[in-house]
Ligand binder design. Structure first.
Ligand SMILES: [Fe+2]
Ligand SMILES: [Fe+2]
Length: 298
């Protein structure tokens, strides 16, 4: 598929990461696989010095994310992208489209986007989880096509968190929020900001990125736990750090069991032996046909 596309990823001032994988590799420094820690004889303490060892590119990525993600920015992006008027594609064209991101990745990353999706979904399938969860694994990062629509890295990937209320100090590199214009806005800078205690996450606006975008696209088609996984899989400040319980209701707590179940498949399913796509394709074609219409509007 040849397209004339903006490749914002190549504008270093706005896109410091060499590839989107750099963010995800960095997540592994922060949340290392418990099994590999054991194997290598490391302890969790080894990772406490995380912030001093993080690559400058990753820090700069978080700095841009934290100063630019505001309540107004999120509303503006929702209005722009949740119309889904950018492109209509079959699921398979979308997978191919997403795989163009590999063109921009650094040469050290040998796995393309499809492989990450497939390794996640195959690990879920191997553990005998329901087929909609396998499909969710296969789709969870499809929203990264935002980058191919010209969106900067900091508005496509990265940890997500609520906007419209105080930024938690349990968000990675929270010190960068000091330059977020909403830090000094009394409407937004209190614990609850514009929200009510335990109002439920469906009433909360999250920072903008691939999660919210693809969740909204899948809303009519997938069961609720799948939608929670899509929408909150990068919400590390909650599913790993428990920093926003005060905005969640009972139902969110229940549904976050699925988000937590999913997270290790996303982080730790990297496998040096890539699954054989040609063999697996018929299974995924049937699965996609079971849940989704022939084309999707992006
Ligand atoms: Fe993701
Ligand atoms: Fe992922």
């Amino acid at each position: 598929m040849s397209q004339t596309l903006n490749h914002p990823i190549k504008q270093p001032q706005n896109n410091p990461l060499h590839s989107l994988e750099e963010w995800e590799e960095d997540l592994l420094n922060r949340y290392p696989d418990p099994n590999s820690i054991l194997k290598e004889g490391k302890t969790v303490e080894t990772y406490r010095n995380y912030e001093t060892t993080t690559r400058d590119t990753v820090k700069e990525f978080y700095r841009l994310n934290h100063i630019n993600q505001t309540y107004d920015f999120v509303l503006q992006k929702k209005a722009e992208f949740l119309k889904f008027d950018k492109k209509e594609m079959t699921v398979w064209d979308a997978v191919e489209f997403l795989n163009q991101l590999v063109d921009d990745s650094d040469p050290d990353t040998d796995l393309d986007q499809l492989q990450h999706l497939l390794q996640t979904s195959e690990a879920i399938r191997a553990d005998g989880h329901p087929d909609w969860m396998v499909l969710t694994g296969f789709f969870h990062d499809m929203g990264k096509v935002l980058c191919l629509f010209g969106e900067p890295q900091w508005a496509s990937v990265g940890d997500t968190y609520p906007v419209g209320c105080a930024f938690s100090d349990r968000i990675v590199f929270s010190e960068f929020f000091k330059d977020n214009p909403e830090r000094n806005n009394p409407k937004y800078n209190t614990k609850y900001g514009i929200y009510e205690p335990n109002c439920g996450l469906s009433n909360v606006h999250m920072s903008w990125g691939h999660d919210e975008y693809f969740y909204s696209m899948m809303k009519p088609y997938l069961p609720e736990p799948a939608l929670y996984i899509l929408r909150y899989h990068s919400f590390y400040p909650q599913h790993r750090e428990n920093a926003y319980e005060h905005l969640m209701d009972k139902h969110d707590e229940e549904m976050f069991k699925w988000v937590k179940l999913f997270n290790p498949y996303d982080l730790y399913s990297k496998n040096p032996n890539p699954p054989d796509w040609q063999n697996l394709k018929p299974y995924y074609e049937d699965l996609v046909a079971k849940y989704l219409p022939p084309t999707l509007k992006f």
